[in-house]
Design a protein around this ligand. Structure first.
Ligand SMILES: NC(=O)C1=CN([C@@H]2O[C@H](COP(=O)(O)OP(=O)(O)OC[C@H]3O[C@@H](n4cnc5c(N)ncnc54)[C@H](OP(=O)(O)O)[C@@H]3O)[C@@H](O)[C@H]2O)C=CC1
Ligand SMILES: C[C@H](O)[C@@H]1OC(=O)[C@H](O)[C@@H]1O
Length: 258
């Protein structure tokens, strides 16, 4: 129970990695505000009991972010942890990609993390008690460094997430706010199933570049978020921690056990 008395916001928490993060933070003793553009996050929050609440929000819109922060302070009185997890992808060839689709993915995957980080950090800085400070965790990806031809805005957004993590960590260190990112490989969620696990060939292609020979589970990413949010990570800031089955360390293919 390393997060007793802490309060967290987790975005994109109705399913997938975000829901796993919310569940794990509650298990570690935190109270958690789950938020998602989908209303069905409310059921996820009620399943977690009194330690969890839900607010529907589009975190790419400042007004929604301001309302989310206000609702969290009203419900729990403080914010110690922010997990910027909400994200989408859009598949299109470079020459066919529509400007609006490019803008939408960047708005959701990158601008939302700036908006949420700024709004939450402002509240963290206001607190003058000994508990001052906090922790921001951004959900990046191996695709911050590994480009996929038909995932242009997704890849660009994740490269930006790594730099946002670095610049925010430098800007906020003086207030005791740590900012880190997690870079998952392919994790078994709806987003990955739609984007890269659509068929046996796609799965084979991913696994041929994954030394551990399997995709990851949302709970494996949630464990890293719980670590980065805890005092066990008190001297870590500005880092992107890849959890990818060895993919970023690999520069050749590996035999796939079918
Ligand atoms: N799964 C994977 O293999 C990997 C995922 N990641 C990253 O992890 C994060 C979570 O991914 P994953 O759990 O797989 O995705 P999911 O699609 O399973 O969950 C993401 C959630 O965020 C919601 N969401 C989308 N846009 C917004 C918004 N504007 N405001 C609030 N919520 C929103 C989604 O709603 P809706 O479904 O309606 O869009 C969805 O409920 C993303 O940032 C992704 O880029 C990184 C590496 C690998
Ligand atoms: C959309 C991607 O392909 C998906 O999300 C990631 O970041 C991983 O690379 C998954 O494969």
């Amino acid at each position: 129970m390393k997060l007793t008395d802490k309060v967290a916001i987790v975005t994109g928490a109705a399913q997938g990695i975000g829901l796993a993060c919310a569940e794990r933070l509650v298990r570690e003793g935190a109270r958690v505000m789950l938020t998602d553009v989908r209303p069905d996050g409310a059921a996820a929050a009620s399943a977690l009991g009194d330690a969890a609440r839900f607010v529907q929000a589009d975190v790419s819109m400042k007004a929604d972010v301001d309302a989310l922060v206000a609702a969290t302070l009203a419900a729990f009185g403080r914010i110690d942890i922010l997990v910027n997890n909400a994200g989408v992808t859009h598949a299109a060839d470079f020459l066919d990609l529509d400007e609006d689709d490019f803008d939408r993915v960047l708005r959701i995957n990158l601008k939302s993390m700036f908006l949420c980080s700024q709004a939450v950090a402002r509240e963290m800085v206001k607190r003058q008690d000994t508990q001052r400070g906090g922790c921001i965790i951004n959900m990046s990806s191996v695709n911050a460094e590994l480009a996929i031809p038909n995932q242009v805005p997704y890849v660009v957004s994740k490269g930006g997430v790594n730099q946002l993590t670095r610049v925010a960590s430098i800007s906020l260190a003086q207030y005791g706010i740590r900012v880190n990112a997690i870079g998952p490989g392919t994790i078994l969620t709806e987003l990955a199933k739609q984007a890269v696990l659509a068929g046996p060939e796609a799965r084979h292609k991913i696994l041929s570049r994954t030394p551990l020979g399997r995709c990851g589970e949302p709970e494996e990413i949630a464990g890293i978020a719980a670590f980065l949010a805890s005092d066990d990570a008190s001297y870590i800031t500005g880092q992107t921690l890849y959890a990818d089955g060895g993919r970023m360390a690999l520069n050749y293919t590996v035999p796939v056990k079918d």
